[in-house]
Design a protein. Structure first.
Length: 159
C-alpha cells in the first residue's frame, strides 16, 4: 500500500524520534470509521512495545469501540510529546506522531496480562496496586494491538 509523502518534509521527524515519542506518551487519540459516516475518535491509554513495534491498548468487553473495530479494523492513532516553549517565545513547540494501522484483538491470555502490566506501569503507584487491579478487573478487559502500516512524525511550532 502506498501512502502520501508528508508535505512539510523539513519538519518531518525520523523514525527513531517517532519511536521515542510513542514510548514515552502515556496516551493518544485513536480514530476509527464510525457510525453514519462520522469518524469516531477517543483518547486511549497506550503502550508501545519496542520489541515488536506495535501499540497496545485495552478496553471493555462491549461498546461502540468494540463494534466499530469488528466492522473495520483500520485506524489512525496520534499522540504528542509534552512540548516546550523556547526562551523568549510565547508559542509551544511540540512533536507529534501519526500512525495508520490495523487493529487486532490479542487472544493469548499470557500476553494480555503482560501488556496490561506494562501499560499499568505508567499509571499505577506500585506493582502491588497493578496486581490488585488486574485481579479485580483483568477478566473484563479486551486487549488490542495496532499493527502500524505507516508512521510519520512532525515538529510543530504553534505560531
Amino acid at each position: 500500500m502506498e501512502f502520501r509523502a508528508m508535505r512539510r518534509f523539513k519538519q518531518q521527524l525520523s523514525e527513531d524520534e517517532c519511536v521515542e515519542i510513542l514510548k514515552s506518551a502515556p496516551r493518544g487519540v485513536i480514530a476509527m470509521n464510525g457510525e453514519n459516516g462520522y469518524p469516531y475518535a477517543i483518547t486511549i491509554n497506550q503502550y508501545f512495545d519496542e520489541t515488536d513495534g506495535k501499540i497496545y491498548f485495552h478496553g471493555a468487553l462491549q461498546g461502540l469501540k468494540v463494534d466499530l473495530l469488528e466492522k473495520d479494523n483500520k485506524v489512525c492513532f496520534t499522540t504528542t510529546d509534552e512540548g516546550h516553549i523556547e526562551e523568549g517565545d510565547w508559542a509551544n513547540t511540540f512533536k507529534s506522531v501519526v500512525c495508520l494501522g490495523h487493529v487486532e484483538e490479542v487472544n493469548d491470555v499470557e500476553k494480555i496480562y503482560d501488556r496490561l502490566r506494562r501499560l499499568a506501569n505508567g499509571f499505577y503507584p506500585s506493582e502491588e496496586s497493578i496486581e490488585k487491579e488486574i485481579e479485580k478487573a483483568g477478566s473484563r478487559v479486551k486487549m488490542y494491538v495496532i499493527n502500524i502500516d505507516h508512521m510519520t512524525g512532525k515538529l510543530v511550532h504553534e505560531k
